[in-house]
Design a protein around this ligand. Structure first.
Ligand code: ZN
Ligand code: ZN
Length: 232
């Protein structure tokens, strides 16, 4: 047994976070639940839009209008049970679920990253009043776990989201893009290679706008790491 696995068995809940009947592995889930999750297998190399075959490397959207980031890694499709767990984290304030979700993504990234390791992780900032109301920013919690698991520093200060603007969840793709224009503020220089961390990537509008802003402040090679991806 690996040391990390041993530590998890010692310090974390010993039973699976989803079914509580079987012992958890190092992600916090039992092997059965881990296998049954909707892992995102075939996806666009650039934006992780779910694709029907492994053959297409890019989705039509990325071919037509290339995003200002290089690559997106998402662990899951945003379908059952992920589409019930992530809203529960956010709207019913159950951040504990982010533990096994983030460790699953970390495990995947450990397998995928070779020389492509970003110098820093950047959680998508939240409007200050929204994070105040919720009590946490889920992207920050995910980034903290990923950073710890993978040994990558997390940029916690100097990047913010301006208050105002409608809630993205209530808007369509066009409205989202318009709503997001100039909505992020960066008050520091950035390393050349960074990964933006978020819980769910929906249309990719937030990732595009944040990546565009990061580029103006020194980021050159930008990846997106998300727990889940919805088809846009
Ligand atoms: Zn289980
Ligand atoms: Zn794409």
């Amino acid at each position: 047994m690996k040391t990390t696995e041993k530590n998890y068995r010692l310090f974390f809940n010993q039973s699976c976070a989803l079914c509580s009947t079987f012992p958890a592995t190092e992600t916090g889930l039992c092997e059965g639940c881990h296998t049954d999750l909707p892992w995102l297998v075939a996806a666009c190399r650039c934006c992780a839009e779910p694709l029907t075959s492994h053959q297409d490397l890019l989705c039509p959207n990325c071919v037509k209008d290339p995003p200002p980031f290089d690559r997106t890694h998402a662990a899951f499709r945003y379908s059952f049970p992920i589409n019930q767990i992530i809203p529960a984290v956010k709207y019913h304030r159950r951040p504990a679920m982010l533990g096994w979700l983030s460790r699953s993504l970390a495990q995947l990234m450990r397998d995928r990253l070779e020389n492509d390791i970003p110098e820093a992780l950047i959680p998508v900032p939240m409007h200050p009043w929204r994070s105040f109301r919720r009590g946490f920013n889920q992207a920050e919690l995910i980034a903290a776990i990923l950073g710890q698991e993978l040994g990558i520093p997390v940029i916690e200060k100097g990047i913010s989201r301006k208050a105002g603007g409608a809630h993205q969840a209530e808007l369509n793709r066009q409205e989202r893009l318009a709503n997001l224009q100039h909505s992020f503020q960066v008050r520091r220089t950035l390393p050349a290679s960074v990964a933006i961390v978020d819980d769910v990537m929906t249309t990719g509008a937030t990732a595009r706008e944040l990546a565009r802003t990061l580029r103006e402040h020194g980021a050159v090679h930008i990846q997106i790491w998300a727990l889940a991806r919805t088809p846009s």
